[in-house]
Design a protein around this ligand. Sequence first.
Ligand code: OGA
Ligand code: NI
Length: 338
Amino acid sequence: MDTKVLSSGIRYTNLPESYVRPESERPRLSEVLVCENIPVIDLDSQDRVQTVQQIGDACKDYGFFQVINHGVSMEAVEKMLGVANEFFELSVEEKMKLYSDDPSKTMRLSTSFNVKKETVHNWRDYLRLHCHPLDKYVPEWPSNPPTFKDIVSSYCKEVRELGYRIEELISESLGLEKHYIKNIMGEQGQHMAVNFYPPCPEPELTYGLPGHTDPNALTILLQDLGVCGLQVLKDGKWVAVNPHPNAFVINIGDQLQALSNGIYKSVWHRAVTNTDKARLSVASFLCPQDDALISPAKTLTEDGSAAVYRGYTYTEYYKKFWTRNLDQEHCLELFKNQ
Ligand code: OGA
Ligand code: NI
């Protein structure tokens, strides 16, 4: 392949060898369940007790849920998807100015997951941005398309508010004080991955993203309405989370699994590809501040339940995460109490 990124405008007729998974690791798309529905929760409901209950159930059973009437304006969502598409339609030369395979960079265009470390690549390009505080990071964001900075800044602010609201509901659903999560996490970082999955010649042989859990606290995912691709692992089976109109997909990251003492699950999820259409998703990640000390909430271990995980700082966790491959064992396993 002559370009590093996939979004070069070239339509591949064969899957390049470096993307082909060994037989035992392939997605087996015909076995994926489609009918099961991930909970859809209405955040505008007047019955807060019920909303808290729904969120608690979803976090326990699935680790995933969707939210509607979430307060992020339709305008912000549509503009975000529009400018993300425009970005990936830029010429390869323009995009390559932002290319890097160094995960420590706070702004970069990259491809696959961790190109320097992995043995098989993934059918994805992504733009990765740090988003908080905005005035620190916006200057390094792409200035092409010219509307990018304004549109993405507005989107980030609205999504952050949504994230805080969901953290409050999750705190309450664990029987914790409303601001518990926010207080533990400190001044939360916010990162974004704009994921672009071009049409793939052989979706049965590869992934957009292989099964992984998210290392952060909370993920707020916007998926392109027209194209399916996200799947979550439920009771040992992969279930498709098809896009729901005007919804965000929310998932618990590893940090909330640790804080909940394993009651809530940071579940395995993956993105698969298709032959017809490019798929876009925008993942916003809220993460603890670097020196936040993460450990199971005291009240969840007071009844004599042992603390499943030891205390650690988020910096320690994040370093460990990036030294590994995406599809290894759950990173939290390495932080269990003996
Ligand atoms: C991620 C992720 C899923 C998707 O970026 O961590 O899981 O559907 N994305 O793009
Ligand atoms: Ni993820």
